[in-house]
Design a protein around this ligand. Structure first.
Ligand SMILES: Cc1ncc(COP(=O)(O)O)c(C=O)c1O
Length: 384
């Protein structure tokens, strides 16, 4: 029996294995504090759930158009006007199966076999696998705390070759929680445009920024592909809904891909998401944003007191990317020790790339403040 040769290059998501181990320990009666989970712990906001229930009661759960419900595309367009003060035509908005679906559509429409794409390292692990799946070549662009764990324009310019066709960045980023300043983003967009490449900006953690709203990359150019999602700020991970804003002249190609790949995004989720932009929902989401900020402000100094070094201030998402090298030579081993002996689950750097992964760990503050305090106390007991 044959298996595709590409499968050798698709790595497992190591954190999933850690989560399975944590679950097994819990099943055996152990208490575990979960700092490994990359999704909000809150239930989906009530108005969204209610809208979903009401739609479901009608029973008319059929396919929608591949690009999504026109009313939801309009609601997203209105959200850009309200939040960022920019006009984005609903015609450019494609509703997708999560940011994952949006990334797959954008990359699927852009990558030809052999094309090289620059991906910041550390970065979101699935991106390099998407590029590989599409027969492109993911090129690791090492980023450090000196540039806020984000690519500098000069680094992109010098890494770019004739084979390079694109750059994919995220702001705020996973696993570091750091942002790309609007000026730097403009420089990056300028370089990519100058080289005739494509820029994808993943804004999935927009709304979860602490100390000011980030401006969307859509304000810079109509040629940038922007990814977003209902998963994180809107607290709808399991509903599997996101969106992509594409240059208008690329929408038809993306529509063809969506039709073939999954026909349409979830109808139920789309109807529920119409309530995501109601003022009462946004008020709840803003309360949650403040809670995430309080958690970050609790956890960050707590980790530093334990000997972790956080070299770049996380300004968004719900992650802290901490240097663990003064505590252990290998963060993978440290993660195992913390879990098995301390009852604390956190993600070793290995998932996020090849750039010093064994000296870093990612802590997610997706548990309440009491659990953060308890988790820090458990680690202190273990690490001394
Ligand atoms: C940077 C980034 N992009 C995309 C995704 C995929 O999110 P979803 O498909 O749930 O919208 C994630 C999930 O953690 C992420 O961290």
């Amino acid at each position: 029996m044959n298996i595709a040769s590409r499968m050798k290059e698709i790595a497992p998501f190591h954190v999933m294995e850690l989560m399975a181990k944590a679950a097994a320990l819990e099943a055996a009666g152990r208490s575990i504090i979960h700092f490994e989970v990359g999704e909000p712990d809150f239930a989906t906001a009530e108005p969204i759930v209610r809208a979903g229930q009401e739609f479901l009661r009608g029973g008319h759960v059929h396919y929608t158009a591949a690009l999504g419900l026109p009313s939801l595309r309009e609601a997203i367009s209105h959200f850009y006007l309200q939040r960022y003060g920019i006009n984005i035509s609903p015609a450019r908005i494609v509703v997708t199966a999560g940011a994952s679906g949006a990334l797959l559509l954008a990359l699927g429409a852009l990558i030809s076999p052999g094309d090289q794409w620059l991906l910041p390292d550390p970065g979101y692990p699935c991106n390099r696998h998407f590029v590989r799946l599409l027969e492109g070549k993911a090129i690791s662009l090492p980023v450090t705390a000196a540039t806020n764990f984000q690519p500098a324009a000069t680094a992109v310019a010098s890494a770019w070759t004739d084979a390079t066709k694109g750059l994919l960045v995220a702001t705020p980023a996973n696993p570091t929680g750091t942002l790309i300043g609007h000026d730097t983003l403009a420089e990056l967009a300028g370089i990519v445009a100058l080289r005739g490449g494509n820029l994808i900006v993943d804004e999935i953690y927009h709304g979860l920024t602490y100390g000011g709203e980030a401006q969307t990359a859509l304000a810079l150019s109509d040629e940038i592909f922007v990814i977003n999602s209902f998963s994180k700020y809107f607290g709808m991970t399991g509903w599997r809904l996101g969106w992509l804003v594409a240059p208008e002249h690329r929408v038809r190609d993306i529509e063809k891909l969506a039709q073939n790949l999954y026909i349409a995004p979830s109808t139920l989720a789309q109807h529920a998401a119409l309530a995501a932009f109601l003022p009462e929902t946004i008020a709840m989401l803003e309360d949650r944003r403040r809670e995430f900020q309080a958690r970050r402000d609790l956890m960050l100094p707590g980790l530093e007191r334990l000997g972790f070094r956080v070299a770049a201030q996380p300004q968004g998402a719900f992650y802290i990317y901490a240097d663990s090298s003064s505590l252990a030579a290998d963060s993978q081993v440290l993660a195992g020790t913390l879990l098995e002996q301390g009852g604390v689950a956190a993600t070793p750097g290995l998932d996020f790339g090849n750039n010093w992964p064994r000296s870093h760990m990612r802590f997610a503050y997706t548990v309440d403040q009491a659990r953060i305090v308890e988790g820090l106390a458990r680690m202190e007991k273990l690490l001394g």
